[in-house]
Design a binder for this molecule. Structure first.
Ligand code: F6R
Length: 246
């Protein structure tokens, strides 16, 4: 493993979530007024539950931090139970003492998604570097909604979702007509500016793409492979996801 990539292989999803939460919580303690990057998806739900517990039992303090999420579907209203805004309130922000005026996600209801993407990018730059960015990984290697083939220097933008991503996320949309086919996503350039990346990976289905991302050629065809070029990546996984790492 390259020295810039620190693997933390845990026995199961629960211990993976605990480990990820400990690493993230320590960064909040070290930088109580810092800017932090969040992800949605199934993988970080356990980590967010641990952070809520740490807030309730150990007074982990979110009051000074600024938060940016990677992405949001488009079009979607904030109050929709499928929005990533709703997801973050449900799993984390609604249960901790974060300053809600410092919680940022792209606005999935903006009239012009391209302008919204640019405005989001500007806000990110105004907030300074992220201390740590949580990432999950798609089955096709996407990070955020940067799908295979996207430029490594792309900034926040409005993107169509690929078939593989639509299929993977369809389980959250019992009525397929509700599923947006586009998103606004932070670009790889913005993700790579974070001081640390916390990549969370769980389950056997992700084992091959994790191996390809960490050991394969660095190529936009596998967006997560760009992480090999980041100075500090912590990969917290369960043993199934790590099963093909050497
Ligand atoms: C979520 C995101 C996506 C997910 C990825 C994995 O904000 O940007 O890249 O991290 O699709 O999703 P799960 O965890 O549901 O397998």
């Amino acid at each position: 493993m390259q020295p810039n990539i620190r693997p933390e292989i845990e026995t199961n999803y629960n211990t993976m979530s605990k480990k990820g939460a400990q690493i993230f919580a320590q960064k909040i303690k070290d930088h109580p007024k810092g800017t932090f990057g969040f992800a949605t998806g199934s993988t970080p739900i356990g980590l967010y539950k641990e952070l809520v517990d740490m807030h309730k039992k150990e007074n982990l303090d979110f009051s000074g931090i600024t938060t940016f999420n990677l992405d949001e579907y488009y079009p979607i209203k904030r109050e929709s139970e499928h929005s990533y805004y709703y997801f973050m309130q449900k799993h984390l922000f609604g249960h901790v003492n974060v300053d809600q005026s410092q919680v940022f996600l792209p606005d999935g209801a903006a009239q012009n998604p391209e302008e919204e993407a640019q405005a989001y990018e500007t806000k990110i730059h105004q907030s300074g570097n992220f201390i740590i960015q949580i990432l999950g990984i798609g089955l096709n290697g996407h990070i955020g909604f940067n799908e295979p083939g996207e430029s490594f220097v792309a900034e926040t933008r409005y993107v169509p979702l690929t078939e593989i991503t639509l299929n993977a996320n369809a389980k959250h949309f019992p009525n397929p007509a509700d599923m947006p086919h586009h998103a606004i996503t932070m670009g790889i350039r913005s993700i790579m500016m974070a001081q640390h990346i916390l990549l969370l990976v769980s389950g056997e289905a992700k084992a091959a793409i994790l191996r390809d991302s960490l050991f394969g050629p660095i190529t936009p065809l596998v967006p997560a492979s760009v992480l090999q070029l980041h100075p500090s990546v912590i990969v917290v996984s369960d043993k199934e996801a790590a099963s093909l790492l050497v």
